[in-house]
Design a protein around this ligand. Structure first.
Ligand code: NAI
Ligand code: MG
Length: 350
């Protein structure tokens, strides 16, 4: 009896549908000969949907999405500053809402400089690390508010929420990941200034470390971490950090490994209570939408993370290898979105 995976597909806006089409092409190619079948449901969500209907993510959408085993998302959002989208609330009302409602407490962002890939660093060394960013707490939870708005006495607060439960579960995930990789884990925080949250994170890492004596544990303040990400990125294997620091570090990590067109990510609910969501790190890139210039590699890499999460390790490895081979043979001649997708899919046919 073959396995059926129910996949929710959210192509989104701008280049989202363009890169998702290539990701699906690769998913179809790698599973064509295997006994797993993906049953896809498409959800129209994002700026386009908002302009048509005036809503962002309804309760019905959310309930329907929850019925799936996993989610593949392209990118959502319109042209920044578009006045028609003033109330669309795409970031908080759609992306963050999905992450919070589906309890995606691990935001997984691997960074690898592939052989043959040129990054901006003159002497990068081997770059191959994963940032495990906490996804449901920190300053992004919406615990704040403002009073006296628009007056000289305006007060604006965003409280960073850190719970023992929330920190421990993400730290445990990071240690387990480090066990499967090079057994090095770096906590990144700002414990010298953010003393309350910092102490909780530090203590939790020390406690979880006792159960993982083989994992070498390191600590860096976030500002120092940005230096090392540029001067000595090979020192990192697994980085565990909070929601805000992780957001910033992973953009920098994406930049040092050759750019936003390659960076994949997973928003993971490790226990499987809700579907996990896989998406390229980049946005909807309205500046290049419709031109065929979008690199679908990040979306295809997100398919590899999705397959790995579903336990389809062999298929995940095959996709990763196909991406690596394609990147190592990329010439100076630019290729279109579809050409890159076709080339990677073709490596999986055999
Ligand atoms: P962006 O990531 O869409 O674009 C930044 C720059 O990178 C642009 O010059 C774009 O052309 C380029 N770029 C992005 N992806 C690329 C790819 N695959 N291949 C080649 N070049 C690529 O970020 P931006 O411009 O800040 O945001 C545009 C829209 O996307 C906004 O509405 C924003 O809110 C939304 N957004 C959505 C995200 C998501 O769906 N997860 C994440 C980030 C932004
Ligand atoms: Mg970001």
């Amino acid at each position: 009896m073959s396995r059926v995976v129910k996949l929710a597909v959210i192509p989104g806006d701008g280049i989202g549908p363009e890169v998702v089409a290539e990701a699906e092409k690769v998913l179809d190619a790698v599973t064509s000969a295997s006994d797993v079948a993906f049953e896809k449901t498409r959800f129209s969500l994002g700026a386009g949907r908002f302009l048509e209907t005036g809503d962002t993510l309804t309760d019905d959408d959310l309930e329907a999405i929850k019925e799936h085993d996993a989610i593949l998302l392209g990118a959502v959002g319109g042209v920044p500053g578009d006045p028609r989208l003033k109330d669309a609330n795409i970031e908080r009302g759609l992306l963050l809402k999905l992450r919070f409602e589906l309890d995606h407490y691990v935001n997984l962002r691997p960074s690898k400089l592939y052989p043959g890939q040129l990054g901006p660093l003159a002497d990068p060394g081997d770059i191959d690390f994963v940032v495990v960013r906490e996804g449901t707490e920190g300053p992004y939870v919406g615990n704040g508010g403002s009073i006296r708005k628009g007056t000289p006495h305006e007060v604006a607060n965003e409280t960073s929420v850190n719970t023992a439960y929330g920190v421990e579960r993400v730290v445990r995930y990071a240690f387990e990941l480090a066990e499967r990789r090079s057994k090095r884990l770096t906590l990144v925080h700002k414990t010298n200034v953010l003393v309350n949250a910092g102490a909780l994170w530090q203590r939790t890492v020390q406690e979880v470390a006792i159960g993982h004596p083989d994992v070498a544990v390191d600590y860096l303040h976030v500002d120092a971490a940005t230096i090392f990400l540029v001067t000595n990125p090979s020192r990192f294997d697994v980085i565990v950090t909070d929601n805000l620091f992780g957001d910033i570090l992973t953009d920098l990590a994406g930049a040092v490994t050759g750019g936003i067109g390659l960076a994949a990510s997973g928003n993971i609910n490790p226990g499987g209570a809700f579907p996990s969501m896989f998406e390229p790190v980049h946005g909807s890139a309205p500046d290049i939408a419709g031109t065929g210039k979008a690199d679908p590699t990040a979306a295809i890499g997100s398919v590899a993370l999705l397959l790995d999460h579903l336990g389809l390790r062999e298929e995940a490895d095959r996709v990763t290898r196909a991406i690596e081979e394609d990147i190592s043979e990329r010439g100076a001649e630019p290729r279109t979105t579809i050409e890159i997708g076709d080339a990677i899919a073709a490596r999986l046919q055999a």
